[in-house]
Design a protein around this ligand. Structure first.
Ligand SMILES: Nc1ncnc2c1ncn2[C@@H]1O[C@H](COP(=O)(O)OP(=O)(O)OP(=O)(O)O)[C@@H](O)[C@H]1O
Ligand SMILES: [Mg+2]
Length: 289
């Protein structure tokens, strides 16, 4: 059986655990990821993968562990498997890119990771919490406090000022209105839009609106930040500036940033790149920066 990279990441995460199904004895511990890939000599690769996708042992800086994540739409002849048994691990301090052609399942996968879309099968663990076992209130709380999601088309409210748009997560947390606007103004400053808080989003350029959306996503200090096609509507230079900005100013060792894109011009900013194809992760490689 062909060895696929996503499972290797799970091996890395569970390296201390021993495969319960191995019949011919275990390798000496600790084993290196390289030796795990040689489990063929100890138990067959299929067995090893079964073990690797069911055992989870969180280690230090793991932010997200997804296992066997699956989502389909429709039934019968119209059934489309958008995400097919995907496994991935993302770490704090990491800027992880998910790339792949249109329709390969990128948005669907990240919607499941961020608590927006319930999977048909599989598991998502964020900071050790199995999020799809949470009740509706807990899930809403998770989306409000732990995850910041920046949508491709910004989703700004046109009748609210930029500061009011940024303040929305705080208002939802029932913080005082004036206090929330003051806080929003600080975040607008962080994204380089000081003094633009009072104007309507329509008066801003595409890149500026994207930054307002980022300010709104980070105002509640989420540890997981997800940007879906952040540069799709921007010209090359503006797109690169946004991603460079996110990497320099927003990424830190307590935050994990996932960026979905099919814009190869920004790949240089990735710490790691996962390639999606037909609903599964087909390869993984290091970024170049
Ligand atoms: N709500 C839905 N109902 C039916 N099919 C859907 C739905 N959402 C996604 N799909 C299908 O699932 C597959 C994956 O879609 P998804 O939006 O995740 O792809 P993507 O990689 O994000 O594509 P793009 O790069 O164009 O944004 C596609 O075939 C799509 O048509
Ligand atoms: Mg998409």
């Amino acid at each position: 059986m062909k060895y696929v990279v996503p499972y290797k990441q799970i091996f890395d995460a569970t390296i201390e655990a021993r495969p319960p199904l191995c019949k011919k004895g275990y390798p000496e511990t600790p084993v290196s990821p390289k030796r795990v890939s040689f489990f063929g000599g100890c138990c067959d690769v299929t067995t090893t993968i079964k073990w690797a996708t069911t055992v989870q042992k969180p280690i230090d800086n793991q932010a997200i562990i997804a296992t066997d994540l699956t989502k389909w739409f429709g039934e019968g002849e119209t059934k489309t498997i958008a995400v097919n048994a995907v496994g991935l691990v993302a770490h704090f301090g990491e800027m992880l890119f998910i790339v792949g052609p249109s329709g390969s399942g990128k948005t669907t996968m990240l919607s499941m990771i961020s608590g927006i879309l319930r999977p048909n099968a599989g598991k998502v663990t964020v900071k050790g919490i199995d999020i799809w076992t949470l009740n509706n209130d807990q899930l809403a709380d998770f989306r409000l406090n732990t995850v910041g999601f920046v949508f491709q088309d910004y989703h700004l409210f046109p009748r609210l000022t930029t500061a009011e748009n940024v303040a929305i997560p705080l208002i939802l947390k029932q913080r005082d209105w004036n206090e929330s606007i003051t806080e929003a103004t600080k975040y607008l400053e962080i994204v380089g839009l000081k003094d633009r808080g009072e104007i309507l989003p329509v008066k801003l350029s595409g890149g500026e609106q994207q930054r307002v959306a980022i300010a709104r996503a980070i105002i509640s200090s989420p540890e997981i930040l997800i940007l879906d096609e952040p540069t799709a509507s921007l010209d090359g230079d503006t797109g690169k500036k946004i991603i460079a900005f996110v990497k320099e100013k927003i990424l830190n060792k307590s935050r994990c940033i996932l960026i979905v894109t099919h814009d190869a011009r920004i790949n240089e900013y990735a710490d790691r790149i996962l390639h999606m194809e037909d609903g599964h992760i087909s390869a993984s490689d290091k970024g170049t920066q």
